[in-house]
Design a protein around this ligand. Structure first.
Ligand SMILES: [Zn+2]
Length: 216
């Protein structure tokens, strides 16, 4: 997005109007229980695009949020202040279940500073994902190389994987006498995992949705 006037033009949700039922309260997590407190809008000079600035009051906890939103041709997008802090209670529903289950545990372990657990769960999530992508069975590094050779993963991901120390750790379980996982190493492998899943699952879904909008 190059300008706020493009909000809702290329991404977002179905329907050209903001649907309040979708919005989750960042304070009490109740969804869709909103009363409109104030509304303002501004039309683009020499254009038809309208930006909306609404404040909403939660019917459950009585806190306020501001929603900045705009609709265009059957869809809309919005930004919320403040926004709900990531709770890590579910993985995106379009990810494979096994991948998502390990991903959640890796993310929670990292948040709670359980570095060994974060690294082990990240390796498990990556392995589930690489096998699901039909990598030839081997070490994690070997499987990443294999998918890169097959053109499933770009070279830049393969090159990056060679710098992620925990990917070279072959153990699926803590070993007796094993040194504690370095916090930076745990954080590095989780970041690699996040980008990989973004590439393998989220990006194709966004491209598919974009095409469907273009065809509609
Ligand atoms: Zn609330």
């Amino acid at each position: 997005m190059n300008s706020w006037w493009e909000l809702g033009e290329w991404s977002g949700y179905q329907g050209s109007e903001l649907s309040l039922h979708r919005i989750e309260c960042p304070f009490c997590s109740e969804r869709g229980n909103w009363a409109v407190n104030n509304q303002a809008e501004k039309k683009k000079p020499n254009g038809s695009k309208v930006l909306h600035f609404d404040t909403l009051r939660c019917g459950n906890c009585a806190m306020y949020v501001m929603v900045f939103w705009s609709g265009a041709r059957g869809h809309h997008d919005y930004k919320l202040v403040p926004w709900p802090i990531e709770k890590l209670d579910e993985h995106p529903e379009y990810w494979p279940d096994e991948v998502g289950r390990f991903w959640l545990q890796a993310k929670r372990s990292l948040r709670d500073e359980n570095w060994d657990a974060a690294a082990i769960m990240a390796r498990s999530a990556l392995q589930a994902s690489l096998r699901e992508q039909k990598a030839e069975v081997g070490s994690l590094k070997r499987e990443i190389d294999d998918l890169s050779e097959k053109g499933v993963l770009p070279n830049i991901v393969k090159d990056w994987s060679h710098n992620v120390r925990e990917l070279g750790n072959e153990s699926a379980h803590p070993q007796p006498g094993q040194k504690p996982t370095d916090p930076q190493d745990a954080s590095d492998i989780v970041k690699f995992m996040d980008y990989l899943f973004e590439y393998l699952y989220t990006l194709p879904k966004q491209i598919k949705e974009y095409r469907e909008r273009k065809d509609a």
